[in-house]
Design a protein around this ligand. Sequence first.
Ligand code: DX5
Ligand code: ZN
Length: 213
Amino acid sequence: MLVAPSILSADFGHLADSVKSICDGGCDFVHVDVMDGHFVPNLTIGPVVVESVAKSATKPLDIHLMVQNNSFFVDLFAPLKPKFISFHIEEEKHPHRLIQKIRGLGISPAITLNPHTPPEAIEFLIADVDMVLLMSVNPGFGGQKFIPSVIPKVKRLKAMIEEINPDCLIEIDGGVSDKNIKELAEAGVDVVVAGSFVYKHPKGVESAISALK
Ligand code: DX5
Ligand code: ZN
């Protein structure tokens, strides 16, 4: 299992140390939640702060956009050379064009689906992306309860991916812990995002990451 801790649950007063700790602790990607206060009812960080995150990170960035006007935000974050930029299908009129733009910038494009969005909504985009991110909570906040209907959704998406683009990864975001990781792995998840489980683990971030792996 690949693990992408979400820095949304990090101590922003000691951000560099929080980023270093997950990289030293064996994470695979650093998950960065970008919220604009419009697409979701919360506001997080922009390119100035994420530039500092990138400087402290020894693992690739996985930028999760939860914004309106995706293309504008792709331009803001592209200079930081993230591994992935994912955007929400619910907020994009021209997803195929945006995917081409992200790939043209040398970044792996990924699409995110909210809990209500069926995998069929992206059937004709799966061939063109490197990862699909399924939300297992409503986007906007860390520390929410896992929505179990994502499990059958992973299985349906996995069958579609095997047929259309077997290299495409499935990532899950929200409410992930050692309690549901086995079921997620069995359903076909490749990458888990975990915020509160990693940063609030009583034995520290390294133990949390190895428990998920
Ligand atoms: C929610 C974010 C998540 C969040 C996960 O909108 O996309 O990445 O930080 O936090 P936990 O793991 O605490 O649910
Ligand atoms: Zn996220």
